[in-house]
Design a protein around this ligand. Structure first.
Ligand code: IFM
Length: 442
């Protein structure tokens, strides 16, 4: 095969994604801090501790790393519990801190993408019933107002809620994230409140900043029936797709929240999506399981012959990424890949995962799916929620004790891509020769 280059459109955003609690350190006023300090919630009792010490100022060196490796954008999140430490208190110093960080991105020529809610809630909110409390809609709107008023000179692209579907499934169905519930009724309440809170924040942001681009971020999982011939597996897959992948975007498109057994009107949600953020990691197979009422009668697992990540957390399924982008395309708004990546401390699989996923991204771009950018999860290893420090997703390795960073090989591949706005056969030959034939068949 002669040398070939897959080019991306001019102005394509290339960056990495992070979230406040996972990188800042010393976040002590939110529900995750409480969860970390409750017995048996986090792998090996790990704590986020200093995390990547961004609150202490190490964001500077990490932004330098990203900028020097050709990234022209970065996605970060604001920590609600810092901005509003108590229901009646707004912390201007915290907002100044974020202003400085966004200025830091702009000075380095990087476009900021800011997420308002990435998993963590202030303790006072959790103590008021969290996302099951209908007041969360006005609380979230007020928080968005404060943040956008303070930061609108430095950012125009806002993600409202990161992975509402993960918050509900892990926090209210499986119970592995706070508040640790296993209650489908509460999960449905939270799903509805998330849509309404997103819609209220969307309208408030546009009032404050008419040129803003505002969207939700959905974790898209490619779901396939385990036994294609089984009507029960097909039905379970359909239900999971509807509730996990489709619920939120359908609600903002149709103004109806479709819980399968009932539909609730939400006309205020219609048209509150300027772009759709898609987080894609993996694909799973679905079985019908009559005993699993809490998970909509399904059981899911990876394909038996799938290539698994280091700790078995996910499978390398690049075709599912194309499917995710095709799914997003049907929404008719521009798409941003707000997360994609793999846990791989030894960086054995990541280079080919990255090459194969960027190949699928390029294919989708060539189908005119209006994709504006790609944000790799993540820049530097960070605190991976209930898995603690076990799962390492960084392009750079972190020693949380010493705060030392070390560049992984796949950072070299991503750097070459970002700097040339392309994926070439030479890059794949150098970094992931084992998949060369798959990407550039001879
Ligand atoms: O680390 C998380 C992130 O916070 C949300 N999306 C998935 C990532 C990897 O598990």
């Amino acid at each position: 095969m002669p040398d070939a280059t897959f080019n991306f459109p001019r102005g394509f955003l290339w960056g990495a994604a992070t979230s406040s609690h996972q990188v800042e350190g010393n976040n002590t006023n939110n529900n995750w801090h409480r969860w970390e300090h409750s017995e048996g919630k986090i792998h090996s009792g790990h704590l986020s501790g200093l995390a990547n010490d961004w609150w202490g100022g190490r964001w500077r060196e990490d932004f330098d790393r990203a900028a020097e490796s050709g990234q022209n954008a970065h996605r970060l999140s604001i920590e609600w519990s810092r901005v509003q430490p108590a229901p009646d208190r707004w912390d201007q110093n915290a907002l100044d801190h974020y202003r400085e960080m966004l200025r830091g991105l702009n000075e380095r020529g990087m476009t900021p993408l800011v997420t308002l809610h990435h998993f963590t809630d202030p303790l006072w909110l959790e103590d008021h019933g969290g996302w099951t409390n209908p007041d969360v809609v006005t609380f979230f709107e007020a928080y968005a107002e404060q943040v956008v008023t303070a930061l609108k000179g430095l950012c125009t692209t806002w993600c409202t809620i990161n992975e509402p579907n993960v918050v509900t499934s892990l926090g209210y169905l499986l119970g592995t994230h706070p508040p640790g519930k296993k209650d489908i009724g509460q999960a449905f309440t939270v799903m509805g409140n998330q849509v309404l809170a997103h819609a209220a924040a969307y309208r408030k942001i546009h009032e404050l900043q008419p040129e803003a681009r505002v969207g939700p971020v959905i974790n898209y999982r490619s779901l396939q029936p385990r036994r294609g011939w089984s009507p029960l597996d097909r039905m379970a897959t359909w239900m999971q797709r509807k509730l996990y992948n489709d619920f939120f975007v359908d609600a903002v498109q149709t103004g109806k929240m479709d819980y399968l057994y009932k539909s609730v009107r939400a006309p205020e949600a219609i048209g509150t999506m300027d772009f759709l953020g898609i987080n894609y990691y993996t694909r799973q197979e679905i079985f019908f399981d009559p005993g699993a009422a809490n998970t909509a009668y399904t059981y899911q697992r990876f394909r038996t012959d799938a290539e698994m990540s280091q700790n078995g957390f996910m499978a390398n399924e690049p075709e599912g990424f194309f499917e995710a982008l095709k799914w997003g395309y049907r929404c008719g708004v521009p798409l941003i890949v707000t997360e994609n990546g793999i846990e791989d401390e030894v960086d054995g699989l990541r280079p080919r995962y990255l090459a194969q996923h960027l190949h699928q991204l390029w294919r989708a771009v060539n189908f005119n799916y209006r994709i504006k950018g790609y944000f790799h999860w993540t820049l530097v290893d960070n605190f991976e929620w209930d898995a603690g420090w076990k799962l390492r997703f960084g392009l750079y390795e972190l020693d949380p004790e010493t705060q030392a960073r070390r560049k992984r090989r796949s950072a070299g591949l991503y750097e070459a891509v970002c700097k040339t706005n392309s994926l070439s056969s030479a890059m794949v030959r150098e970094f992931a020769p084992e998949v060369f034939e798959k990407i550039f068949p001879g």
